[in-house]
Design a protein around this ligand. Structure first.
Ligand SMILES: [Fe+2]
Ligand SMILES: [Fe+2]
Length: 166
């Protein structure tokens, strides 16, 4: 498992905090998969949507693909910094049932609702990480607070879009 022989005496890399580090690594791994699945879902939905009304949504989703990939990269990097190893694709389990490209490719509202659900899930999980880090892992906490703000921005953006489609 993770090393504990670090010479650091304070913070999340300290041997005394090995158990906390394991807990945070588990949370970061889940966050990494959430980002990776979001990349797949947003990319596919952006490509799938049809119609004039869908155009702006597809563009927003395409832009978010890059942002979510950036988040995944930051989670993977932080996992490594905590003596962990980013998981390989064979460990992946899909969860975003509500972000499958709809059969009717003009059904923008369904896609928007799926996005809001995914963002809300990320927001809930990142709040959990931020709380778990408190007092021990300030650097992870700081990183996840930044990412949380991105997700809250995404959520609000798509909540505003939804008003137009309901
Ligand atoms: Fe993200
Ligand atoms: Fe997001």
């Amino acid at each position: 498992m993770t090393r504990t022989e670090s010479s650091v005496s304070a913070g999340i890399l300290a041997p005394a905090n090995a158990a906390k580090r394991e807990e945070i690594l588990g949370l970061l791994e889940r966050a990494y998969w959430m980002e990776m699945e979001t990349v797949m879902s947003y990319l596919a939905n952006a490509a799938s949507l049809d119609g004039i009304r869908a155009e702006e949504i597809a563009e927003a989703l395409d832009a978010d693909v890059d942002e979510e990939l950036g988040h995944a990269r930051r989670f993977a990097g932080r996992i490594k910094e905590l003596y962990g190893n980013p998981p390989g694709s064979m460990d992946f389990t899909a969860e975003q049932a509500n972000l499958q490209p709809p059969e009717d490719s003009t059904d923008v509202a369904t896609v928007i609702r799926g996005v809001i659900e995914a963002e809300a899930g990320a927001i809930a999980h990142y709040n959990r990480i931020i709380e778990a880090c408190d007092g021990t892992d300030w650097a992870t906490q700081d990183m996840v607070i930044e990412i949380l703000r991105d997700e809250e921005g995404h959520l609000r953006q798509f909540e505003r879009y939804l008003r137009e489609f309901e």
